[in-house]
Design a binder for this molecule. Structure first.
Ligand code: ADP
Ligand code: MG
Length: 721
């Protein structure tokens, strides 16, 4: 086999395996070799049934017998039981709420069972409760070895792979070993320049592949993982550094406003700026003067005052003239993810600019507005789209706020000098490009986000942007009072909420999912769903209040009207999933319940909590957890203590296992790269090396493998969009 060999050509695959491999994205030998173990189990955990001890995490191999599915006597909970038999004895297996398991595993087959050994209180009898179970073709050698008591390779590390239905970790292990035995690794080439490997003591790609799939000792596995982590971060950095160099080679309007001039504008604000806001404004105005386009990310918790930074710097732009011109203004585009936010920021900008002769426009799919109105110099008025586009095109409207409508081709500026993207995580690269490529002259770009991410991750995935943190909240803000609520305190908490609702406050309830899970289909997750929870609360707890549901599957128009009703106080309790409407301002909503908190990252919990930070009233956050584990409790306690979201993001990264970070879903980086992100030194090294290569030669002509890789990556990205 070589690296491009198709798995399907070399393995006799069942239909289930075929589907499973497809789901894992494995087609070729190379894909298979790149499917890394998520951890290593040591065979010493492997036991015979006779040697099991209470409380131990153990793996046993055996045959399934006496399969039964029924309802539990009192709780009516679906119950599946079976017996596992090996040469030394038998043990009971019990699954709660997973009736489909019985359908998946017929009696008489060989299985691998992994879980914690429990003991019945009275009887002297062991059982596994909700163990992991998978079919195996045969009992592995190492298990047989320990079955026979010869502990020869008992400390051998066996890789545990991310698996999916149809493709078990065990199957993957044997497949990978088979590929390695055919000599496929001889075709492996190393993309990373040898001097870099040497400098950081990293193994070659070939060695690392052997070490990651079949480590002899822990150190090997660690070195291999480090190498692949470095590789991924290095490759991302190369691409970002290249984009950055390209961006900086463009020209932009130079904007010469002094800090004193900007300060004159911000003095009129109804508050004085925080130090962090001042620093951000200074960094931006320094970039403005350079004549090359700025690309900056402004990260700040919800409520840290990003709008004021945007407005102050927008002022510097619109009060400047195009070079060599004695009339007209430079222009600003302000892109928002939703219509509600766009309207809100339009109003905000009016209040910041109303004392100046500056026209402000609003464009959304439902219409256009302009400030000031001809008849009412203090208010805005509806205008036609054609009229608005004309005034934007001739420069008469220097500030244009809008939703996606703003990036359509038909929107042409006269002198667009500054593009601001609010809640940038809601937009893709494509939209960013559409916004900044409106003209030959590239605008300065400010991306703003409230998503707290660790510094190493920001340096990596936003490696093409310069970073500014707003790590300080405006003074006088009362921190949200955060309480961890145990299952038996639920009713008491509802009473507290009722008291606040009676005083006219409103409440968010966040649930981990939209719908109830289909127990026949999925591994039944015991988590509350927005729909069912809303129904339950309306029927059983808060009968006297209006309750509505909010989630990503609603139509945009439904979301917006629900949000409007909530804002207007027509809805008292909004039951919502975590995905919607981060930036919306409903000052009267001072209560938030987060259900199933153990299923969210800390940074995410913090961000959810930020929704109730908008009022002078004391805000309360009630964190409900079904978990009784110590680790969960400790994590949640950190939520009460942390000063800002970034601290929590760092803590998350430190505390959670790589598998839990879901880097791929959330950030498009692999689990192994997430491991790298726990190591600031490594990320900085990868970044420095990438920057060095790109500054020497951005075509990477001395490194054809890297150049090829970057070209492929760029292509992939275009397809992706
Ligand atoms: P975000 O960073 O979430 O976009 P906003 O810009 O919406 O935050 O600001 C949140 C609130 O804080 C607004 O009501 C704003 O007027 C207020 N604010 C911003 N900066 C300050 C400050 N330096 N002092 C007091 N209040 C401020
Ligand atoms: Mg904002």
């Amino acid at each position: 086999m070589n690296l491009q060999s198709l798995i399907a050509d070399h393995f006799r695959l069942t239909e289930a395996e075929r589907k499973g491999l497809k789901k894992l994205g494995i087609e070729t030998a190379e894909d298979m070799l790149s499917h890394f173990p998520s951890r290593y189990g040591s065979v010493s955990e492997m036991r015979t049934i006779a040697h099991l001890a209470q409380g131990e995490n153990s793996t046993v191999f055996g045959r399934i017998a006496k399969l039964e599915a029924r309802k539990a006597f009192r709780s009516k909970m679906a119950l599946g039981t079976a017996e596992l038999v090996d040469d030394t004895g038998k043990i009971k297996l019990i699954w709660f709420n997973q009736p489909y398991l019985a359908k998946m595993i017929p009696e008489g087959v060989l299985v691998r069972v992994e879980g914690k050994v429990s003991q019945k209180r009275k009887a002297n009898e062991f059982y596994f409760s909700n163990p992991k179970i998978e079919r195996v073709e045969k009992i592995p050698m190492s298990a047989e070895a320990s079955l026979f008591g010869t502990e020869s390779d008992a400390h051998h590390l066996h890789p545990v792979y991310p698996e999916t239905r149809g493709v078990s970790s065990n199957w993957l292990f044997h497949a990978v070993q088979k590929i390695i035995k055919t000599g496929a690794l001889d075709f492996v080439k190393d993309q990373i320049p040898a001097d870099i490997l040497k400098k950081y003591s990293l193994p070659s790609r070939k060695t690392a592949l052997i070490w990651i799939h079949a480590p002899k000792k822990e150190g090997d596995a660690r070195a291999a993982r480090k190498r692949f982590a470095f590789e991924e971060v290095f490759l991302i950095q190369l691409q970002k550094q290249k984009e950055k160099k390209l961006w900086k080679s463009e020209s932009a309007f130079a904007i010469e406003k002094t800090d004193a001039q900007i300060a004159k504008f911000t003095e009129r604000f109804p508050f004085s700026l925080t130090r962090a806001q001042q620093r951000a404004i200074e960094a931006i105005s320094t970039d403005f003067q350079k004549g090359t386009p700025m690309a900056r990310l402004l990260e700040g918790d919800v409520g840290s005052g990003k709008t004021a930074v945007a407005a102050a710097t927008a002022y510097a732009v619109v009060s400047s003239r195009p070079e060599g011109q004695s009339f007209g203004n430079l222009q600003v585009a302000y892109l928002c993810p939703t219509e509600i936010l766009a309207k809100q920021q339009f109003e905000n900008f009016i209040s910041f600019f109303s004392h100046l002769p500056i026209n402000i426009g609003l464009i959304t799919s439902s219409g256009c507005r302009k400030f000031p109105s001809k008849v009412n110099p203090h208010g805005a008025t509806d205008i036609s789209r054609a009229q608005l586009l004309k005034w934007v095109g001739n420069g008469e409207i220097p500030v244009l706020v809008g939703t996606h409508s703003l990036i359509q081709k038909s929107v042409k500026f006269k002198h667009l000098a500054y593009a601001i993207i609010d809640e940038q995580h809601r937009f893709g690269v494509k939209q960013r490009k559409a916004l900044v490529h409106k003209d030959k002259i590239v605008p300065h770009l400010l991306s703003m986000t409230a998503t707290p991410i660790p510094r190493t991750l920001a340096l990596t995935i936003f490696g093409d942007l310069d970073l500014t943190l707003l790590d300080e909240m405006p003074p006088g803000r009362k921190p949200v009072h955060t309480e961890i609520v145990l299952p038996n305190e639920r009713d008491a908490t509802y009473e507290k909420i009722r008291r606040e609702l009676k005083n006219g406050r409103q409440c968010y309830i966040i649930t981990p999912r939209i719908d109830e899970p289909d127990p026949a289909k999925e591994f039944a997750v015991q988590a509350k769903s927005a729909k069912a929870e809303a129904k339950r609360l309306k029927e059983k707890v808060f009968q006297e209040y209006e309750i509505a549901v909010m989630h990503s599957k609603l139509k945009d128009s439904e979301k917006e009207s629900t949000m409007e009703d909530f804002k207007d106080g027509k809805i008292h309790i909004l039951v919502s999933t975590s995905v919607v409407e981060v930036g919306v301002n409903v000052p009267n909503a001072t209560l938030i319940i987060i259900e199933g908190a153990e299923r969210f990252g800390l940074a995410q919990l913090h961000q959810l909590r930020g929704r109730v930070l908008r009022s002078a009233h004391q805000a309360h956050c009630f964190v409900f957890t079904e978990s009784k584990g110590r680790a969960v409790a400790e994590r949640l306690v950190a939520l009460g203590k942390a000063k800002n979201g970034f601290e929590l993001a760092e803590y998350d990264l430190e505390q959670r296992g790589a598998g839990e970070l879901s880097g791929r879903e959330q950030w498009g980086v692999s689990d192994i790269a997430m491991e790298a992100l726990q190591n600031l030194k490594m990320v900085e090294a990868a970044r420095a090396e990438a920057a060095r290569l790109i500054s020497e030669d951005d075509t990477l002509s001395r490194y054809p493998l890297l150049a090829q890789h970057l070209a492929a990556r760029a292509e992939e990205k275009i397809h992706f969009e």
